[in-house]
Design a protein around this ligand. Structure first.
Ligand code: IPM
Ligand code: MN
Length: 352
């Protein structure tokens, strides 16, 4: 198979973990006889510095002809007070390519059970998928502005029927490929948008009789997620709720550093990135955990290229390396040896 991938390393530890992605792609290509070409472009803070634009036209053009996009991380204290923010690049690329379906799997590796701040018996067996709507809601509401000389402010939450229906369908399809249990999370006791969301979930559910569906209010869901995470299979929710719940869910696994994500459109183009941020405090120190990025490569192989075997092999290699007693600085595993970013990358590739 021949595929062209655009890599957007971005800021902070982004470039370091993107190197791990490059190494991994090289190794998978050699082992399974695929030709992956990669081309690197700017996004986020570095793009502001170089082009005065967090998502330059050149980056968009390159992505248009790509088979998939890999992203490192954007943002950092350097741009905290700048008028144009690095995060705008990320929001813009999601919108530009209609990447409305954000899949965030939360799986706990056996050897990481003790890494979680939650009790081991609580996190054991957790394996859930958050399906987050990514191109609507408060993130993209118009108007969004200060008024009355700064005395009031407005952000707008808008969804069309179609925008809700397509993410709900993605969630049902995802549930069908898993344990067929879907939890739709909303705030229907307060928000009209949530009441419409519920109606659409109920309507679509008639096409998926095998899937057990329930509705949870977001506050209650947040509590259950941390007290009984293994209860959940697939969670579907709107943009902002999904942002918050997915960070909360990452605590279950012991480190944000191990979690991948996929952002998909209905046209087939996908963007894959670890869910952690740019970690400016450790940038350039060869300390970052490359696992979230390497598993994101795995998701790309599976979701964009249909390479299920290759993707499963990456997951297996990661599991094996952790079980063999190797870790990065962000993880707590008894008696495990702490490796640098490059060492961990090599270790995983050697097991692969
Ligand atoms: C995420 C991030 C982004 C978001 C930020 C960086 C804009 O937190 O991908 O979850 O809020 O969507
Ligand atoms: Mn987030």
């Amino acid at each position: 198979m021949k595929k062209h991938i655009i890599t957007l390393p971005g800021d902070g530890i982004g470039p370091e973990i993107m190197n791990s992605a490059h190494e991994l792609l090289k190794a998978v290509g050699e082992k399974y006889n695929h030709e992956f070409t990669v081309e690197s472009k700017d996004i986020g803070g570095i793009a502001i510095d170089k082009h005065n634009d967090p998502l330059p036209a050149e980056t968009i053009e390159a992505c248009e002809s790509a088979d998939a996009i890999l992203l490192g991380a954007v943002g950092g204290p350097k741009w905290a007070d700048s008028k144009i923010r690095p995060e705008q690049g990320l929001l813009k690329i999601r919108k530009q390519f209609n990447l409305f379906a954000n899949l965030r799997p939360v799986t706990i590796f056996d050897s990481l059970e003790a890494s979680s701040p939650l009790k081991q018996h609580v996190v054991r067996g957790s394996d859930l998928m958050i399906v987050r709507e990514l191109t609507g809601g408060l993130y993209f509401g118009q108007p969004s502005e200060r008024r009355d000389g700064g005395q009031s402010v407005v952000d707008t939450l808008t969804y069309t029927y179609g925008e809700i229906e397509r993410i709900v369908r993605t969630a049902f399809d995802t549930a069908m490929s898993r344990r067929k249990h879907l939890t739709s999370v909303d705030k229907a006791n307060v928000l009209e948008s949530s009441r419409m969301w519920r109606e659409i979930v109920n309507k679509v559910s008639s096409e998926y009789p095998e899937v057990t569906v329930e509705h949870e209010l977001v506050d209650a869901a947040a509590m259950k997620l941390i007290t009984n995470p293994s209860y959940f299979d697939v969670i579907v929710t709107e943009n902002l709720f999904g942002d918050i719940l997915s960070d909360e869910a990452s605590v279950i696994t012991g480190s944000l550093g191990v979690l991948p994500s996929a952002s998909l459109s209905d046209k087939g183009l996908g963007l894959f990135e670890p869910i952690h941020g740019s970690a400016p405090d450790i940038a350039g120190e060869n300390k970052a955990n490359p696992i979230g990025m390497m598993l994101s490569v795995g998701m790309m192989l599976k979701y964009s290229f249909g390479l299920h075997e290759e993707s499963a092999a990456i997951e297996k290699a990661v599991n094996q390396v952790l079980a063999d007693g190797f870790k990065t600085g962000d993880l707590q595993i008894d008696r495990a040896v702490t490796l640098s970013t490059t060492e961990m990358t090599e270790k995983i590739i050697s097991v692969l």
